[in-house]
Write a protein that binds this ligand. Structure first.
Ligand code: SF4
Length: 79
């Protein structure tokens, strides 16, 4: 993970730059949410990103995924 994409939280923990701003927008996100967006570091994305809605690519979301999609005016996956 390039250091320039992160913000230190503790001596051993970082977060993606932009995720602590309001509204949050990760620096690695490209495009416009709700239209076309993608992670520019997808193969190297952090653990929490890997854990979030792990079956979304198969069209299977979860509650967190549904909340995030609704926040951006999208219907939850599978509806
Ligand atoms: S999946 Fe990519 S764009 Fe989304 S929060 Fe994680 S690093 Fe950022």
């Amino acid at each position: 993970m390039p250091v320039a994409l992160t913000v230190p939280v503790t001596a051993t923990l970082v977060r993606m730059r932009g995720t602590d701003e309001g509204p949050p927008r990760c620096i690695a996100l490209a495009g416009k949410v709700g239209q076309q967006a993608s992670c520019t570091i997808y193969e190297n994305r952090p653990g929490p990103c890997r854990d979030f809605a792990p079956f979304a690519a198969l069209g299977i979301g979860d509650e967190g995924c549904a909340r995030a999609r609704r926040r951006h005016g999208l219907t939850p996956l599978g509806e």
